[in-house]
Design a protein around this ligand. Structure first.
Ligand SMILES: Nc1ncnc2c1ncn2[C@@H]1O[C@H](COP(=O)(O)OP(=O)(O)OP(=O)(O)O)[C@@H](O)[C@H]1O
Ligand SMILES: [Mg+2]
Length: 456
């Protein structure tokens, strides 16, 4: 069963239950108040009779007087304790025959159903004791003829109202559930289209409201955007990576061909070929390592945040690199310790990437500056090397982008270092900026929030 039909039926059934309860309440309250009113009228009548009734001077015209109090289809009696009727006046013989008189020494009211020409009819009887010292009681009975008609009318009205309300509820429920279900139906349609065509699509969200269904549709669209951008990134990465692998593979293949054809005929050429094959293979290996690193970086977005002393981290890294590269690297900072919350290994990786670039693209000294303020710390890696041309500055964070490909081959770069660095710094909610002048030098600045988040 469709969810709209389910909602519709459930709401209508629930409304029907409520209506039934209300109908019963209205019916019984109406009955009770009407009978109560009639009762009060009869009691009032009984009181009036007792006020004017003198049992000691009971005579023929006493009966006549009682007759004045008769209304349509009623009787008035005076009874003794053995239920003996001593006086009775009536204008409805059938009624007085059907209802047997009963002596009561206290005020009571009672309703009874008797059979009438057209079905059953209710009779109201009130009994009041007479305080004349003779143990007598007054009984007045009256057919509630109007009540049956009123009951019928009320029942008719209630049934009609219930039918109209049920119909309206069915129509309203259908309209409402259609409104609620429209975005869901749209989404189902879009998902089915995506499933059939394999092309990612977005759901229509004309409505600018902020209800849960619109939020769901917008979230779905954001998810589609993300999947689309990830798919594009993936495609781009695959085409970039295969393009990058093509050159070293061509070099390897041509040298391998040479060796296959000539063997070690020419020792010098053979040595050169082996050397080239080895260096290109090493380059491919390095490249594939970086690919793996990049993919894990994108998969594992979780940082292992802990307190890190940035000065100690930089100094240790510099010392390790100084030893490997045998270059002069100086570290400038006014303090001995800068504690920040960060993923130590990843920050170290960024520092290494920047120092590696500075080493590759400069021959003079390299300087590292560390500064801090209340909210953030700044690491600046400065070299006095070849610099980056101004028109290339926007692209250097792109994957595989290298300013001078020929020269980068010499230095063994893959063009992934800065893109990895940027991704790590963005994960830390930090910023990475580069200032560079061709022929003068380059300055890379890392701004990191001290608590792990900027602007907190
Ligand atoms: N300090 C620098 N001085 C001059 N040019 C630089 C400097 N740092 C980066 N570049 C330029 O930016 C390009 C991209 O740098 P990136 O670190 O991303 O790649 P790479 O150094 O070529 O390779 P990889 O770091 O992956 O081994 C480099 O090829 C280089 O041309
Ligand atoms: Mg690099």
């Amino acid at each position: 069963m469709k969810i709209t039909t389910k909602i519709n039926l459930l709401t209508t059934a629930w409304m029907l239950c409520i209506l039934m309860l209300i109908n019963f309440a209205v019916y019984f309250l109406f009955m009770k108040t009407t009978v109560n009113m009639e009762e009060n009228v009869l009691f009032q009548k009984a009181e009036d009779i007792l006020k004017n009734y003198d049992t000691n001077q009971l005579s023929h015209d006493g009966k006549l007087k009682l007759r004045d109090y008769l209304t349509d289809h009623s009787y008035i009696r005076i009874l003794q304790p053995n239920n003996k009727v001593i006086y009775e006046v009536t204008n409805d013989q059938k009624l007085s025959k059907k209802i047997k008189g009963k002596y009561q020494n206290k005020k009571t009211a009672q309703t009874r159903l008797i059979s009438a020409e057209n079905g059953e009819e209710e009779v109201l009887i009130v009994r009041v004791p007479i305080n004349n010292g003779k143990n007598e009681s007054l009984e007045i009975g009256e057919r509630l003829t109007g009540l049956e008609t009123r009951k019928e009318i009320l029942r008719g009205i209630l049934v009609l109202c219930t039918i109209i309300a049920t119909l309206l509820s069915l129509l309203g429920g259908r309209w409402l559930s259609n409104i609620i279900m429209r975005p869901i139906s749209n989404m189902i349609k879009t998902i089915e289209e995506i499933e059939q065509s394999g092309v990612l699509k977005k759901v229509n969200t004309q409505n600018k409201t902020n209800d849960e269904l619109q939020i769901m549709a917008r979230t779905f669209n954001r998810m589609i955007d993300r999947i689309q951008s990830n798919m594009e990134k993936q495609k781009q990465f695959i085409s970039d990576a295969s393009h990058e692998l093509k050159t070293p593979l061509t070099v390897i293949k041509s040298y391998a061909n040479y060796l296959r054809r000539h063997g070690a005929e020419n020792n010098q050429m053979a040595g050169e070929a082996i050397q080239a094959i080895h260096s290109e293979a090493t380059r491919i290996q390095k490249m594939t390592d970086t690919f793996l690193e990049l993919s894990t970086l994108e998969k594992e977005n979780v940082l292992e945040m802990k307190e890190v002393n940035l000065i100690a981290l930089c100094k240790n890294t510099l010392n390790e690199l100084k030893y490997v590269y045998k270059r002069e690297i100086t570290c400038h900072s006014e303090d001995d310790s800068f504690i920040i919350r960060a993923d130590e290994l990843k920050i170290k990786q960024v520092v290494i990437i920047l120092l590696d670039n500075a080493m590759k693209y400069s021959n003079e000294r390299i300087e590292v500056f560390l500064e801090k303020n209340d909210q953030s710390v700044l690491i600046c890696v400065k070299d006095y090397g070849i610099g980056i041309p101004e028109n290339e500055m926007n692209q250097i964070f792109e994957r595989f982008y290298r300013v001078d490909k020929a020269r980068s081959r010499e230095t063994g770069g893959t063009g992934l270092g800065l893109s990895i660095a940027k991704s790590i710094i963005t994960q830390h909610n930090g910023e990475i900026t580069i200032n560079s002048k061709e022929g003068i030098g380059t300055e890379v600045k890392l701004l990191l929030p001290r608590g792990g988040r900027l602007n907190e």
